[in-house]
Design a protein around this ligand. Structure first.
Ligand code: DI6
Ligand code: FE
Length: 404
């Protein structure tokens, strides 16, 4: 059978379908890029195994993991700030004295596209080897047109190099570059009038993001960026209510944002606006943990309001230098009291929804065959134990990329 129609068969496997754990052991058959059969073992006819490559039995099958929020393309490193923060400096202190994001900006501007690609490749490999099949990669360390586009080109090339779906996000409004000191409105003009049009014209951005925070950009400035993005047909998302409550989430939701991310300081008005808009809450425990934050996102309020919650690494050189998706599942539960099922849905179906890929990140007959098989007994073990190496098989678009 042609490779693109190869059939893989798993028997007697526990399935988490992206939203819930199915009640009984299943038989799953993929053919080419699609899941064609997903049926309880009790209903499985042995004749259905004809022409299938036997992939074994037992373990847990999940959709391929979706890491919907990363900054994994960047130059330089910031271990020095890690030490400074351990000696008492705050994230804001460091940002205000030109460290933080701006120190990565300097290193990223100096780095060639190839240097950035070579540095990002092992970071993305770490995610892929732990089951990620879809990843979002942001710009945001260039802060001028040429360097922002350079970052987005690197992100696109990473998706061509590795068996993983890469969605790119232009995050020009991440920090104020030194050449625009005391002229943040002038910089937002550059983002709106040059950066977004250039990225859209080259097809380099799949969405536009902002950092709505006192140490970054105001609600009004972010709203200008959103209007420019939507004028170029690009969906929007926001880093919002991470360190304070400016009302950025509610404004983003009013503009139909795919997601609001971090949201530790989100209030009931913000939750209501997200529910109305159908925006996804992207929970980022890695930054909360690394920055030793104390204000937790309103998980119970989001749950009660029925706002979908995604979980992501926020992999970046400063606030979340963590390239381990299953650790994020654990932190989402241990720090924020999400349930293991919620956390796993957050890194599958809801992670996909946060990227505008509604219906993806799920397993059912007809679904894209992006899936992982884990050497565990129940899906909860993925969040319970932080243990690299449990990935038995990884299938991306129907192709076996890990295991046998
Ligand atoms: O520290 C960095 O380099 C990125 C921090 C990251 N960006 C943002 O808007 N919030 C964050 O936590
Ligand atoms: Fe981020």
């Amino acid at each position: 059978m042609a490779n693109n129609k190869r059939r893989y068969l798993w028997r007697d496997i526990s399935v988490f379908d992206g939203l819930k754990t199915l009640p009984e052991p299943m038989a799953v058959i993929t053919q080419g890029e699609r899941v064609i059969t997903m049926t309880p073992m009790n209903d499985f006819e042995e004749s259905q195994a004809d022409g299938c490559h036997n992939m074994g039995r037992g373990g847990v099958m999940t959709p391929g993991l979706v890491d919907c929020h990363t900054h994994l393309v960047f130059g330089g490193a910031r271990a020095d700030e890690f030490e400074a923060r351990l000696e008492g400096a705050s994230y804001e202190d460091i940002a205000r004295r030109g460290g933080g994001i701006l120190s990565t900006v300097l290193a990223t501007r100096e780095a060639s596209e190839q240097t950035l690609f070579n540095a990002a490749l092992p970071r993305l490999k770490a995610l892929v080897e732990e089951g990620v099949t879809t990843v979002e990669i942001k710009s945001g360390y260039g802060l001028d047109v040429a360097n922002e586009l350079k970052m987005l080109r690197v992100a696109r090339r990473l998706g061509e190099e590795l068996p993983v779906r890469v969605l790119t996000t232009l995050l020009g409004a991440h920090a104020l570059p030194p050449e625009y000191e005391n002229d943040s409105d002038g910089y937002i003009d550059l983002v709106c009038n040059e950066m977004i049009p250039a990225a859209a014209a080259e097809g380099l951005a799949d969405a536009v993001d902002v950092f709505c925070e006192k140490i970054a950009f105001s609600v009004a400035q972010c709203e200008r960026v959103f209007k420019a993005a939507q004028a170029h047909g690009l969906p929007i998302k926001a880093h919002a209510e991470q360190l304070s409550n400016l009302g950025g989430t509610a404004m983003a939701a009013r503009h139909g944002a795919l997601s609001a991310d971090h949201i530790e300081y989100l209030d009931d008005a913000g939750i209501g606006a997200m529910r109305e808009a159908g925006s996804v809450a992207v929970i980022l425990p890695g930054a909360f943990h690394t920055l030793r934050e104390t204000q937790q996102p309103p998980i119970a309020g989001l749950r009660e309001a029925g706002v979908p919650m995604a979980v992501a690494t926020d992999a970046n050189p400063g606030s979340s230098p963590i390239f381990m998706p299953t650790l994020m599942l654990n932190l989402a539960c241990t720090l924020f009291r999400m349930t293991p099922q919620e956390a796993l849905a957050g890194m599958t179906a809801n992670g996909a929804a946060a990227l505008g890929l509604k219906g993806q990140g799920q397993l059912h007959e007809g679904a894209v065959a992006d899936l992982c098989v884990w050497d565990i007994e129940t899906p909860a073990e993925l969040a319970y134990a932080v243990q690299p190496g449990r990935l038995r098989q990884r299938v991306y678009q129907g192709e076996l990329t890990h295991g046998r």
